[in-house]
Design a binder for this molecule. Structure first.
Ligand SMILES: Cc1ncc(COP(=O)(O)O)c(C=O)c1O
Length: 420
């Protein structure tokens, strides 16, 4: 697939003749919807991450909906999650009539803070049915602490692993495991810009066979062929029983065939992302107008985020993005926190300063291009543009606020401890 060489997109899928052949194979087979490809994809993904059970779904949003339903999220319950996420994490709880309690991110500015989770689970209100850590940008949350807090609260843990494939971390039992397989349920996304893609799609990893069975039934209209067996000894192939009002969340074989090829490339994709991140780290490490997330080997590197230091610059984050666009560099911002979104702020009466760390990150952060097929020239162009803009717009030392003070308006202290 060819790219426009002048503009460097924020993300670009890595697809070649192997995915094309896989799709053709499915098209020629005459079986387009869920079938053997989806089943094989589930088995191969389960083997990859070491999960006892997986379900291929039409999106991570669908997977979260199924997962919440399976762990008992519903009217009269709440989930606890971070405001620093995409709305899908929280909205799926609202589909089920549950409420959302937000807990701020920690000092790294991105992942949910276990002590904020602890405060949220002890806050007065409806029972907490699930704690939902989001592994932002593919860097796993502190699962050991989160599992302990959730256990104490009697809540299930549903990992939003939309960004977190493939990456392993401490599993809370002294071992390492893939992010997404550590909680009760984990949900991965294969949306077009994710670390592996099926265009739209997702995968659910689940430990408990009863939850797996429930999700499998609800994934396809509440259809249960085993339930039919209970009523009739002889079952015709077309017989099924509807046991609940389910959803239509299955993955097509067309998508699964692409996913199987992408899965085989996942380690190579990660190595390529690591190479780009290493180039960025070494180029940006010494610049005083941006801070970086401290490097970690536990990182799927779905995103590479820089944070500008407003005290050192004559322009703000938005102008920085415009300057990058003018130099042909595509970027994004992860995330506009949910508590400043009209729906979430009005539903829970939230103010921007309620989650100061998430807000502070949002105001400073820029996601740079990091996709496997980036050329050396493209990497170099991003580096030159980011560094060049910052140098051009740098304030002379002493003109800005003291270095350790962040946004006065929100009362936060940004510091630079998580930068390098
Ligand atoms: C953190 C997070 N959770 C869930 C989703 C939803 O994924 P999907 O688009 O596969 O439904 C996204 C999508 O980008 C996301 O970033």
């Amino acid at each position: 697939m060819s790219q426009n060489t002048d503009f460097i997109p924020f993300a670009f899928p890595s697809l070649d003749s192997r995915e094309e052949e896989a799709v053709l194979r499915v098209m020629r087979s005459g079986w387009l919807t869920t079938g053997t490809e989806a089943l094989e994809f589930e088995k191969e993904f389960a083997a990859y991450v070491g999960s006892p059970r997986t379900l291929a779904v039409s999106s991570a949003t669908a997977g979260l909906h199924l997962a919440y339903e399976a762990v008992g999220v519903g009217p009269g319950t709440r989930i606890v999650t971070s405001p620093y996420t995409f709305t899908a994490t929280a909205e799926a709880a609202r589909y089920l009539g549950a409420e959302v309690a937000f807990a701020d991110v920690g000092d790294d500015g991105y992942n949910i803070d276990p002590s904020a989770v602890e405060a949220a689970v002890s806050s007065p209100g409806d029972r907490i049915a699930s704690v939902v850590p989001v592994h932002i940008a593919g860097r796993p949350c502190d699962m050991t602490s989160i599992l302990a807090i959730a256990k104490e609260a009697g809540a299930a843990v549903v990992e939003d692993a939309a960004h977190a494939f493939p990456v392993s971390t401490a599993d809370g039992e002294g071992k390492r495991a893939f992010a997404g397989t550590i909680g009760d349920i984990g949900v991965y996304s294969f949306y077009a810009n994710k670390t592996i893609t099926t265009g739209e799609g997702g995968m659910v990893a689940v430990r408990d066979p009863v939850m797996a069975k429930r999700m499998s039934t609800m994934r396809l209209h509440g259809m249960d062929r085993e339930a039919w067996d209970r009523y009739t000894a002889k079952r015709a192939a077309w017989r099924y029983a509807i046991v609940d009002a389910g959803y239509k969340y299955n993955m097509t074989d067309l998508a699964a065939a692409i996913g199987r090829v992408q899965l085989r490339k996942a380690a190579d994709f990660l190595a390529k992302r690591q190479r780009i991140a290493a180039a960025y780290d070494s180029a940006f490490g010494g610049l005083d107008f941006i801070t970086l997330r401290s490097p970690s080997s536990d990182d799927a590197l779905y995103l590479y985020m820089i944070r500008i230091v407003p005290e050192r610059l004559s322009i703000g984050r938005d102008e920085y993005i415009e300057e990058l666009a003018a130099r042909g560099i595509g970027t994004s911002v992860h995330f506009i926190p949910l508590h400043v979104m009209p729906y979430w702020s009005s539903r829970y009466g939230l103010k921007p300063g309620d989650f100061p760390k998430a807000l502070s990150t949002f105001e400073r952060t820029i996601s740079l291009p990091i996709f496997p097929d980036m050329t050396d020239t493209q990497i170099e162009r991003v580096i030159e543009a980011v560094a060049g803009i910052g140098k051009e717009k740098s304030l002379p030392r002493g003109r800005g606020l003291p270095e350790s003070v962040g946004t006065v308006a929100t009362g936060t202290v940004a510091g630079s401890s998580h930068g390098r």
